[in-house]
Design a binder for this molecule. Structure first.
Ligand code: SF4
Length: 224
């Protein structure tokens, strides 16, 4: 099995955070009315995409009724459609929607992952839960041999990426500040910041499709 495949298998089997295991499984059992007839995944969610990726898109964690329901990151909710819509416009995704693990979506040159692999209550992992999960991200980054740019969606992902890269021997001081459009050189990588495509940001216009496209296009330009 490839290293990415091994990491994915270990992620899916992980039960290291008691609070998150309890939460992800409770959400999967109680469900939400509009998905009451569906079987939820209810387990940690591994990364997804092209093993030859030069660009990594990094989120916070699976959504309770998105990735935690479908088993694929950014899949089955509006944040995912916003993200994959952008990746499709930028030529990195085969389709603009992401609804289920078997929906036929294929990614080219990009990998999508998250700092924490279990849906957390209130979208807030504790620092201990973050640190416990980060080795999975470190292994994914190391396994993506062509990787050169990391797009962090939100400040939590920005911070998580910097921590993972520091563990891989690429510490930077002072710590670069997150912002939409921020860029920082970290070892052999460029870290780019973008606002997270949460409904809070997209409904209010804080993040527009054009804004996310611009960051993704910048990442593509940097690695081309
Ligand atoms: S958050 Fe990460 S470390 Fe914690 S149980 Fe889930 S997969 Fe394991």
């Amino acid at each position: 099995m490839s290293e990415l495949g091994s990491v994915a298998a270990e992620i899916i089997a992980c039960r290291a955070c008691p609070r998150l295991v309890e939460w992800r499984e409770r959400v999967a059992k109680e469900k939400v009315a509009r998905f009451a007839d569906q079987d939820y995944w209810g387990r940690p969610v591994p990364g997804f995409g092209d093993p030859a990726a030069r660009v990594l898109i990094l989120g916070l964690a699976p959504a309770a009724h998105g990735g935690n329901r479908t088993g694929r990151i950014f899949t089955g909710d509006r944040s995912g459609d916003f993200l994959y819509g952008s990746l499709h416009r930028c030529g990195l995704a085969s389709q603009p929607t992401s609804t289920a693990r078997d929906d036929g979506l294929r990614l080219r040159g990009v990998y999508v992952s998250a700092v924490n692999r279990c849906a957390p209550p209130g979208n807030r992992p504790t620092p201990q839960e973050r640190d416990r999960c980060l080795p999975f991200l470190e292994r994914e980054i190391a396994a993506l041999e062509a990787l050169r740019a990391i797009v962090a969606l939100g400040a939590f992902a920005w911070d998580g990426a910097l921590r993972a890269l520091a563990s891989l021997g690429h510490a930077v001081r002072p710590k670069p500040r997150f912002g939409h459009g921020a860029e920082a050189s970290v070892g052999p990588y460029v870290l780019l910041g973008a606002f997270h495509p949460s409904q809070q940001n997209t409904f209010t216009g804080k993040l527009t499709p054009a804004m996310l496209d611009a960051v993704v296009e910048r990442a593509i330009a940097l690695v081309s």
